[in-house]
Write a protein that binds this ligand. Structure first.
Ligand code: NAD
Ligand code: IPM
Ligand code: MG
Length: 350
């Protein structure tokens, strides 16, 4: 029976379209012979689109995207020094708007060290953890402002919002994922020695949810100490649960210790299925290498695998992961393959 996978594709800016093309190439290859037909709707959105139209994410486009099965997202954003585009506009009005409006509360970011990836930190195979980053709250909600702007007496606030409902659903998801993994361990990362209000809510929530999962071990690290251990002993982690901002920072670091940001994939998961989930590399639009065929498309390809797994195509997802593993294991230090060559090589192995 033919099944249709109705995909929204948002390639975005910079290297976004380059890596998305490779992710789609591999996704199509992985679905060959499965009876699944892919319907792609591409949306022109991002910093370049804003420059030419003044649009970020119009309401009718958002509603159109909402009706799809899943979203494959490339990357958006201008070069940090680009004065034509107000900093934060595209990030807030497009990417965060999608995550918030589509209630993608779990930002799932796996990290694995493949054989063949040179890391001074641990032996291959020893690093295998997943960060469950809260995706719709924290300091990202835009709860703040500036008074006496531009004067020597300016006061700027950016208040972190943490709700019992929002924290609990993410913590429960982290424990559920840990209960399905071999090591069954959750590490809460926060800063409850200073951020006592939010931190204590997270800590109490972890303790309450832990009681429902007696088979899952749990511990705690302050975020500053967590950055030490991510570098000196990353093998200690299994599932990390943390807030939106700490999770953003930790997952770039996690990418760096497992072979580079070009390998780091993510999924923004809507837990109750009321809206599509969105899959994207952890990295941004990388304006410094855009248009040069230098981007590693592996993170986007692994994000497509997370997407397939999410929509019930676990076997196709596993084929992509195996192909990526084989490709990464065959890499040699200093080799220079183009974005397209890496995509072709992984597609050929699927
Ligand atoms: N999800 C997203 O769309 C997303 C994520 C992060 C940053 N951004 C935006 O992207 C723009 C650039 O941000 P940035 O420079 O801080 O972060 P970035 O992730 O784009 O780049 C950081 C560094 O990593 C390198 N890099 C990133 N992806 C790579 C890949 N696939 N292969 C090889 N090297 C890669 C870049 O060349 C750069 O040196 C900003 O506008 C930012 O807001 C968007
Ligand atoms: C671009 C930005 C809004 C985004 C975030 O902070 O979540 C990015 O850094 C990420 O990690 O996906
Ligand atoms: Mg980030």
């Amino acid at each position: 029976m033919t099944q249709t996978l109705d995909l929204a594709v948002i390639p975005g800016d910079g290297i976004g379209p380059e890596v998305t093309a490779e992710a789609l190439k591999v996704l199509h290859r992985a679905l060959e012979g499965t009876g699944v037909e892919v319907k792609e709707t591409h949306y022109s959105l991002g910093a370049q689109h804003w420059l030419s139209t003044g649009e970020t994410l119009p309401a009718d486009v958002l509603e159109d995207i909402r009706g799809r099965d899943a979203i494959l997202f490339g990357a958006i954003g201008a070069a940090p020094g680009d004065k034509r585009i107000p900093s934060g506009l595209i990030e807030r009005e497009l990417l965060l708007k999608l995550r918030f409006t589509l209630d993608q509360c779990v930002n799932l970011r796996p990290s694995r060290l493949y054989a063949g990836v040179g890391s001074p930190l641990a032996a291959p195979g020893e690093i295998d953890f997943v960060v469950v980053r809260e995706g719709t709250e924290g300091p990202y909600v835009g709860n703040g402002g500036s008074m006496r702007t531009g004067t020597p007496h300016e006061i700027a606030t950016e208040v972190s919002v943490n709700t019992a409902y929002g924290v609990e659903r993410v913590v429960r998801d982290a424990f559920r994922r840990a209960s399905l993994r071999a090591r069954k361990k959750v590490t809460l990362v926060h800063k409850h020695n200073v951020l006592v209000h939010a931190g204590h809510l997270w800590k109490r929530t972890v303790e309450a949810v832990a009681a429902e999962f007696p088979e899952v071990e749990h511990d705690y690290l302050h975020v500053d100490a967590a950055t030490i251990f991510l570098v000196t002993d990353p093998a200690r982690f299994d599932v990390i649960v943390t807030d939106n901002l700490f999770g953003d920072i930790l997952t770039d670091l996690a990418g760096a210790v497992t072979g580079g940001i070009g390998l780091a994939a993510s999924g923004n998961i809507n837990l109750d299925g009321t809206a599509p989930s969105m899959f994207e590399p952890v990295h941004g639009s990388a304006p410094d290498i855009a248009g040069q065929e230098k981007a590693d498309p592996t993170a986007a390809i692994l994000s497509a695998a997370l997407l397939l797994d999410h929509v019930g195509q676990g076997e196709a997802a596993a084929r992509i992961e195996a192909a990526v593993r084989a490709d990464v294991e065959s890499r040699t230090p200093g080799e220079k393959r183009t974005t397209t060559e890496i995509g072709d090589a992984i597609a050929a192995r699927v």
